[in-house]
Design a protein around this ligand. Sequence first.
Ligand code: ARG
Length: 560
Amino acid sequence: MSAVLPVLATRLSAAAEAAFGTLYDAELRAATKPEFGHYQSNLALRLGNALGQPPRDIAARLVDALQVDDLCEKPSIAGPGFINLTLLPATLAKAVNEPQSFSSNGLRVVVDYSQPNVAKQMHVGHLRSTVIGDALCNVLEYVGYEVIRQNHVGDWGTQYGMMIEQLLEEGITAESLDLEGLQHLYERSRKHFDADGTFADKSRLRVVKLQSGDPETRASWRHMVDVSMDDFEKVYALLGSKLQRSDVVGESAYNDDLPRVVAELEQQGLLTESEGAMCAFLPGYAGRDGSPLPVIVRKSDGGFGYSATDLAAVRHRVSTLHADRIVYVVDHRQALHFDMIFTLARTAGWLPSTTPAEHVSFGTVLGPTGKPFKTRAGGTVKLAELLNSAVARADSLLEGREGVDREATARAVGIGAVKYADLSSDRGNDYVFDLDRMVAMTGNTGPYLQYAHARLTRLLSKAGTPGEVTDLKDPAEQQLALLLTDFADTVAQVAETLQPHRLCTYLYDVASALSTFYEQCPVLSSEGATRASRIALCTATRKVLQDGLSLLGIQAPDAM
Ligand code: ARG
């Protein structure tokens, strides 16, 4: 589908330039009502305001200067001065028939997402990051970016000193523990650390050994990382995430850079010592009580922390990975952290002003009571269990359906439902994890869209070879066709705003327009050119649903 809207917008801007001498944005949008045609612009109202002239007169002059005879019916002026455009049926048909794709934009984007922590279960926050991150990578790739995925796994820090020391004391090896075992080990070592000063000192020494690369210490640590990664990968496989082991560049990867990062900041005079810690105080960042907020790059015990690692990561992404844009998919609680990291990295000259760094922030997943999602005992809900229960729910929906590969479909529908629920609300908002709502076959849900796709597939299997869209007479088919031409533009908007819910809303609109089309326009029982054209329209709709779901990381089974 080629997008007609941008072409018309350019023409309208050109008309404004010809009539009023300045280039204006055409403010062209999809019409709010069918009687307003296909598109409407309120440019004349804007200009009227700016020039102090009646908007209807301005609209008349714009329409005089506007050259769209080849694409539209005669433009009309409505109400206070809206300009309405209606595409010629042939324009619309051509736009639906022409495939639209993007070519490479020559830009490289680094996307930091998923980022679970070693020796801990992945929690629902990591689920969100993984689902949103995967979708954004797909979208960015689609519009022409080269995408580099970075799984910034939390695999470094003082807790590993403590845990390894605890292993030694208990006389067990890291090899004997699974992820759950590691989590318990962490809890035991934490208690021990807090209660016993000698143990705490030994743990600190162990951290130094870990950081300096002592082989035995590193081997234990390595094992903890591997065990955890195996578990994370099970979740990725269930989710159908594209993340690979090779995308893991965890916090530990920056260990050797940290002293240099701090030294450079120091040389630039950006650091101040405060209570034994090395800190950067950035102008404009203050706590609630007005006291300046630090970025702590080296703690009072000499260790480097989360912030130093993120500074090293920014530097690496710009200078080694040659990122033109950097995206961080992390929950909203880290907004200030990233704001300060980006500011400090720009101040230090590591992040050029031409390289956008964006925190793709997201809200909290809530349980049924509206509180953050936890087990009844207050623990982390195991993601694999959660996803499996979604699959089981989907499986029961498929009860009695014929011609359906039950296992594969239940998986596609259950996982798709969870992902779609996550992606379809504005990511900044919290949402309640409600499986019943997620798997519902009606409303703005994954299964509803998957069903629309499967139904189209069944219809098309009876239709014979598709031709082209030629005559679009009925308003319902025009409306559907018009929406289809917006696909590429919608994806481009998601790539720009990093808001996947816009694609969900769009696909839901397409599915809704499709159901109106079914009501108004017989397909298989119509005849001749109309039948051929409607079949082609169904084929184009199926492709949009399929491509759209695939960009969201959701499968579109052929039958369900
Ligand atoms: N591992 C961290 C967490 O679970 C998130 C890391 C986000 N990425 C980053 N570059 N800091 O909270």
